[in-house]
Design a protein around this ligand. Structure first.
Ligand code: ZN
Length: 630
């Protein structure tokens, strides 16, 4: 089988940053806007008065006359509103320009978040959080959207290291809001009701594909519960205290911890191997400081590639869920040299390294970029894409290796296990010998790859004991204990995905016929019945029940904790004259769990009596215990 490498199309790079301009802001959530606003309205702008502030003797302000269409929140003092925005013409021949203050055109429709700006009842307002509270109606692609103008201001983000500017590549990284849907959502939230969603962004990851056939790449190792082991170059990463090993392990965990998939990337220690992406050496590894000169060195003055990562995969395809895929067989990440200056300047070098390594590991899983490269949209076009770990540019804002919605969507496409197959039905168990049980069931799934058999003792937990291939309708279980009780259930499996369990089927294995020999834990009744018991207390103590000797041939006693405290009375009764059967009576004087086994040593037939913890123990009259009457 030939194995070849996918050259990563684009590596992680640094985005240029814009200086913080005169107006800066930290984004306010839509929820907070609704909650803080005194009123939210859909309105039409009728006219503009740029001298309104000056005329009233107050601060320079522009006043818009606005006609109310619909109040989404709050009670207005009439349909004619005035909305004041800072800036405009002053009294002394000077005008004031306020960067970022919203401007409206007469005739346009808007969705406005308002707070009172005048005495109660005069219907004069200002915009809540200035431009953050002003949404214009805009047409795009046949849709009516609510958009606000963030371009004239610089966005800041609150990061663990303090305030950081948001890169200019995402100056207006807002998902589109449908105008009417957003209005409905606001009205519902203001009324305290559950609100339907209003964002309809195209969440769209990209996947690597083979240049020749266009098919995508994935690991198959996780499907059956396998893991992929990763190593890190023993020379370590310059510029990071500790050499980057802790950061790499965090980056591995970010992907493994994603609950919707079975991805299992594990750290397996260091390696001296430096091959990286230069050749496939069978080792999944991160190679620090690009020892092979794989890419042009990074330097902080000129920028450059930070790291590069990608999968090696089979040229032939393998079918998975009805589609051809290239099987990834190795992953490698090369961290560029010259990164020490970057880490030295980072507010949190560890988090920066985690993000870089996490991003490259995403490539080794088969993910391409979410946005920002030659084949994906500009990151500014969509807030969700812009947030992705797989964005082509490192965020570098202290977030570390953090998966976002778009990263998860891509992962699910590659590694989602799909719906579970249908559970088998009508499971039945039959003891064939003291050590063998035959199971039969009805196969109700069309797409299973096998069946998993689970077994427990009457007083135990289910555990997996093995599998049989697809389309079989039965299994033989061997190596069991004689004179023991077992419960079975079966699941259909497809890859690693298990169906719900079938019904449970219980069975008791017969004993090998042999005379009863009494001892500390074995009671012999009527010269033929071997009786043994185990017990378990609520506090977890457990043990084998001991015989409390009494001078009786057909009945006996067991004690659990102390010999002066009998817990179980067992009696054998020859009922052949009454109903043609031999009977067993049990008189419990205990609330412990017990499992009592009675074996007819002449025939090997076994009866098992189980009283679980917490069950109220009842006297047992088993008048159908054994046959073999004369
Ligand atoms: Zn990348």
């Amino acid at each position: 089988m030939t194995v070849r490498r996918l050259l990563p199309i684009l590596a992680l790079a640094l985005a240029a940053r814009s200086p913080v301009a005169a107006t800066s802001f930290v984004r306010v959530s839509d929820e907070a806007l609704v909650d803080q606003a005194a009123a939210v309205v859909v309105a039409r702008i009728e006219s503009v008065d740029r001298r309104a502030g000056a005329r009233s003797g107050g601060p320079v302000a522009t006043e818009y006359a606005v006609r109310l269409e619909r109040a989404l929140k709050g009670t207005l003092g009439g349909p004619e509103l005035r909305v004041r925005v800072p800036g405009g013409e002053g009294t002394n021949g000077r005008s004031l320009f306020v960067p970022g203050a919203p401007e409206f055109r007469p005739g346009e429709r808007a969705l406005l978040f308002l707070e009172p700006a005048g005495p109660a009842g005069d219907n004069t307002f200002r915009l809540l959080h200035l431009f953050l509270g002003a949404f214009h109606e805009a047409e795009a692609g046949g849709l009516r959207l609510a958009v606000r103008d963030l371009a004239a201001a610089s966005e800041l983000r609150v990061t663990p290291e303090g305030l950081a500017p948001v890169p200019s590549t995402s100056a207006t990284p807002e998902g589109p809001r449908g105008f009417e849907a957003f209005a409905r959502w606001i009205a519902a939230r203001a009324a305290g009701k559950a609100a339907p969603g209003y964002l309809a962004p195209p969440v769209k990851f990209t996947l690597y594909s083979d240049a020749a056939d266009g098919n995508h790449l994935r690991w198959f190792a996780f499907d059956a519960g396998g893991a992929v082991e990763w190593r890190a170059l023993d020379a370590g990463q310059p510029g990071l205290a500790g050499g980057g090993y802790a950061e790499f392990q965090k980056a591995l965990r970010a992907w493994s911890d994603e609950p919707a998939t079975r991805i299992d990337y594990r750290y397996a220690g260091t390696t001296p191997a430096t091959a990286g992406l230069a050749r496939s050496d069978g080792i999944n590894s991160v190679v620090f400081d690009d020892p092979n000169g794989f890419v042009t060195p990074f330097d902080c003055a000129r920028g450059g590639v930070l790291a590069i990562g990608g999968p090696w995969y089979e040229t032939e395809t393998t079918s998975w869920r009805g589609e051809p895929w290239h099987r990834i067989v190795e992953g490698d990440v090369v961290v560029n040299n010259g990164l020490s200056c970057l880490f030295a300047r980072a507010g949190n070098p560890s988090r920066l390294a985690e993000e870089i390594l996490g991003h490259e590991l995403g490539h080794t899983l088969g993910l391409g970029h979410a946005c920002g490269d030659a084949v994906t949209p500009a990151c500014a076009s969509n807030a969700l894409l812009d947030q992705a770990l797989m964005r082509a540019f490192v965020h570098g804002d202290g977030r570390g290796a953090r998966l976002e919605a778009d990263d998860r969507a891509g992962l699910r496409k590659l590694y989602d296990q799909g719906p579970a197959p249908a559970a088998p039905a009508r499971l039945a168990a039959l003891a064939l010998s003291p050590v063998e049980v035959s199971l039969t069931w009805k196969d109700r799934s069309a797409d299973e790859t096998g069946f998993r058999v689970e077994m427990r003792t009457l007083d135990g937990e289910f555990s997996d004991i093995g599998s049989v291939p697809a389309n079989l309708k039965g299994a033989l279980v061997e190596g069991l204990q004689p004179a023991s009780s077992y419960v079975f259930r079966v699941r259909a499996s497809r890859g690693g995905v298990l169906s719900e369990p079938s019904n449970e089927a219980a069975v008791v294995t017969p004993a090998v016929p042999a005379p009863c020999v009494a001892d500390t834990w074995t009671l012999c009744l009527s010269g033929r019945y071997r009786v043994q018991a185990t017990w378990k207390a609520r506090d977890g103590r457990m043990g084998q029940a001991a015989v409390l000797p009494i001078p009786a041939a057909d009945s006996g006693l067991f004690w659990f904790l102390e010999p002066d405290n009998a817990e179980l009375l067992v009696k054998a009764h020859d009922g052949c004259a009454e109903n043609g059967r031999r009977w067993i009576f049990i008189g419990p004087a205990t609330n412990f769990q017990y499992l009592l086994t009675v074996t007819d040593t002449r025939t090997g037939k076994v009866r098992v009596y189980f009283n679980p913890l917490g069950g109220s123990p009842r006297a047992v009259t088993d008048d159908d215990a054994f046959g073999d009457c004369p």
